[in-house]
Design a protein around this ligand. Structure first.
Ligand code: NOJ
Length: 543
């Protein structure tokens, strides 16, 4: 097993990320689609918010069968977003403001339009024949155990190809961990053609890192090597990638879509999102019960803890969380995002107070927080979506950023019908300009919470975490974050009921200082603590 240095780039320990869906952020040339020069124009806003790193969804050439998660040229920015020179300028302008830009690396599959795939489709053998997973005959039975299935009869090559997600996303060939000797088309992980694919992935990464990128969010990171129990062979590949980074780009970060930080961090990633329980159960911590089915997700937990009904169970989440924190300590980070382009928005069914509480939770938890664009102003999930570029129900979370009261919410000067997706049509849709002017807006409260986090090592990624009151099916949730002598207690009661919690003080007699929140009353007498909380209230106390 390759040796992994446990040190992460230092900037990660205080970073707060902002996720930008480039189509929908800001349209600088009035063609109805967001673009890179538009992002450059808005960098000062991201700085004003307090974020210092960006995850940019895919911005490369693509036929957009899955909104850009089907790349047809890894080395070229899609025309609709600008040019490579624009992206380079984004890196430079971001750097001037101390903002890092991480790109989306989508290398588990390509688009069917990728020239490698077109070559691979040919009946004659060529350099790319083995770059994708093909069986050995159109009429041969296919392996049922490949998760996303096969496409039959696509081209003149007499074989079926394996998918990695949609029908137009053929899986790149990272080999089989346990190839079946009766199926010689299942290549070993050290087959020269498999090695060539892997080498190319490193080339792509170096290309953008050399240009000024600060790292990558890796799409479907665990879905590379097939028949790979425990993702062992897949992890081995990422550890090689990490070695390359440690050696040549020690400040660059690798963030995974893996959903198991314990596995992902030991595979060499620096950060992994905690957004799924496991590969089958999609559990979105902030999804409200009555809106649970927006994306038709399955879940084993009927209610979110952050739901007024007060029927959630934070303990299951915390159990997973503390286990991952323990397993990854000193090696990498968990991440609790506000949401992303695949989830419902936290804004579904929540008022400002409830949204602020979600942010207060995220900004006081360990790991690296990610804010999905627009969540900081409470953008809503738009329900009357029409599908675009394979988005389906996800489109409700991908609508244009709302900047001001003008046409198209200030996103674009194009006619409304030309927009990538229609803007939220609600009369009172929130926007940046209005919220900037209002001291008590969600935007300004989020800014304060980010500032509090950034000024407090105890609240940042590495501060230690101790649950003080976290009980199955009970409210509130109370925990402590600490770093040396700095200690905070954070308490949350998202439920509509008044609640009280008694717990033991970890630090003895102290006088709490209310830093943020409302409606809480924390009393510490000796080793005994008592907290009384109003319905829908939270508090952050400095000890
Ligand atoms: C995960 C991405 O976040 C999602 O948007 C995409 O559709 C799939 N991976 C396939 O690349």
């Amino acid at each position: 097993m390759a040796h992994i240095k446990s040190n992460c780039p230092k900037w990660l320990s205080t970073a707060v990320f902002y996720q930008i869906y480039p189509q929908s952020f800001y349209d600088s040339n009035s063609d109805g689609i967001g673009d890179i020069p538009g992002i450059i124009e808005k960098l000062d806003y991201i700085k004003f918010l307090g974020c210092d790193a960006i995850w940019l969804n895919p911005c490369f050439e693509s036929p957009f069968g899955d909104a850009g998660y089907d790349v047809s040229d890894y080395y070229r920015v899609a025309k609709r977003y600008g040019t490579n020179a624009d992206l380079k300028r984004l890196f430079r302008e971001a750097d001037k403001r101390n903002i890092k830009i991480c790109l989306d690396l989508v290398v588990a599959h390509t688009s069917i339009e990728h020239p490698w795939f077109k070559q691979s489709c040919k009946a004659e053998k060529n350099k790319y024949s083995n770059w994708y997973i093909w069986n050995d005959g159109t009429y041969k039975p296919v392996d049922k155990d490949l998760r996303f299935g096969w496409i039959r009869g696509y081209c003149n090559r007499d074989a079926n190809f394996a998918l990695n997600y949609y029908w137009c996303q053929p899986a790149l060939n990272y080999g089989f961990a346990q190839p079946d000797s009766k199926k010689p088309w299942q290549l070993r992980v050290d087959h020269p053609d498999v090695k060539a694919v892997r080498k190319e992935v490193m080339n792509i990464m170096s290309f953008w890192l050399d240009m000024g990128a600060s790292g990558f969010r890796v799409d479907m990171a665990r879905s590379l090597v097939k028949h790979d129990p425990g993702y062992k062979a897949t992890s081995q590949f990422w550890r090689q990638v990490r070695q390359m980074l440690d050696k040549d780009y020690p400040n660059a970060v690798l963030i995974s879509e893996w959903s198991c930080p314990t596995q992902a961090i030991s595979a060499g990633f620096h950060v992994d999102f905690m957004i799924q329980i496991n590969e089958k159960v999609y559990n979105y911590l902030f999804r409200m019960e009555k809106h649970r089915d927006v994306l038709g997700e399955s879940t084993d937990e009927g209610y979110s803890f952050f739901d007024k009904q007060g029927k959630g169970d934070i303990q299951k989440f915390l159990d997973r969380c503390t286990e991952h924190l323990r397993n990854t300590k000193g090696k990498g980070y968990i991440s609790i995002p506000t949401g992303n382009h695949d989830t419902g928005r936290i804004g579904i069914g929540r008022n400002q107070k409830e949204l602020e509480m979600v942010f207060a939770f995220i900004m006081t938890m360990p790991g690296v927080p990610f804010i999905y664009y627009g969540d900081e102003i409470g953008m809503r999930y738009v329900r009357n979506w029409v599908s675009k570029e394979g988005g389906y129900a996800r489109n409700g979370s991908r609508t244009p950023m709302q900047w001001n009261d003008s046409k198209n919410a200030g996103f674009s000067k194009a006619p409304a019908l030309k927009l990538y997706l229609p803007a939220d049509s609600a009369k009172n849709r929130p926007n940046v300009e209005k919220q900037t002017a209002n001291q008590n807006s969600l935007l300004n409260r989020v800014r304060q919470l980010i500032r509090l986090r950034k000024n407090s090592p105890a609240l940042c990624a590495d501060g230690s975490f101790t649950a003080l009151y976290a009980k199955s099916k009970k409210y509130p949730l109370v925990y402590m974050r600490s770093d040396g002598n700095q200690r905070y207690i954070a308490a949350f009661n998202p439920s509509k009921y008044k609640v009280r919690a008694d717990f033991t003080s970890p630090v003895g007699k102290t006088i709490p200082e209310l830093k943020a929140g409302w409606g809480t009353d924390l009393k510490i007498q000796g080793r005994k603590c008592k907290i009384d909380m109003n319905a829908v209230s939270y508090g952050i106390f400095k000890l």
